[in-house]
Ligand binder design. Sequence first.
Ligand code: MN
Length: 278
Amino acid sequence: MPNRSLERIVRGREVSDGAGVRLLRVLTSDLQRRLDPFLMLDEFRSDNPDDYIAGFPSHPHRGFETVTYMLAGRMRHRDNAGHEGLLESGGMQWMTAGRGVIHSELPEQEDGLMHGFQLWINLPAAQKMQTPDYRDIQADGIPSLTSAQGNTLKLLSGEFAGQRGAILRPDTEPLYLDARLAAGSVESMAIPADHNAFVYVYQGTIAIGDEEREVGARQLAILANDGDSLRLAAREDSGALLLAARPLGEPIEQWGPFVMNTRQEIQQAIEDYKQERF
Ligand code: MN
């Protein structure tokens, strides 16, 4: 099968979330069906504390997983089950909200650069009400591969080139790679053709596919499901997130921080939250 082609470039939109954190919402809700099981991707990047200092005070989630990956900065996490963790540069937190958590995500710095990503991945219907769980993985706990081209590939989740990532999920098999590509290098990567996939370039410029369509910084490239490999040609020193996963093909009903399959389940989530059953 050929290399996947670029279907569409998405630029996302600037939003304010939490208690006033400025971020770029790259994967917006209108793309949830196309990029199933991925529900949302935010990038936060600022060296102005006014953009991030307020953080994300106590709020609930139900029905999916949140993956927070920090490139620079420190964020403290606390939840209503008594879990607490500090997310530092290069580290990741993988939280399974399942039937419900209430947590806060607050910066633990008053100045300097804060740069990271939060990805939301849907859970299969059968697992939406599972027991909540989370894992904090420090930078040295994320497998780092060196490609034949000499590029560094950080394997946050999934299996790639015979290696296992920090997290494995059997149902959707999400592959989450942070690829650091040197100018002029070309990488080819295998990705199952039936997995939905996208590349988010956070630094530099990368040309995708045999047509070498260029994708610049802060742009997301949706990959067509027309091949089982991906070709990336770095035009300059670049950094990109590569995400791919098997779609669930189930109904998606979202109300803010709750993502379920039906409106009735959303009503139940709102009721359970009000009644302090999380
Ligand atoms: Mn949250």
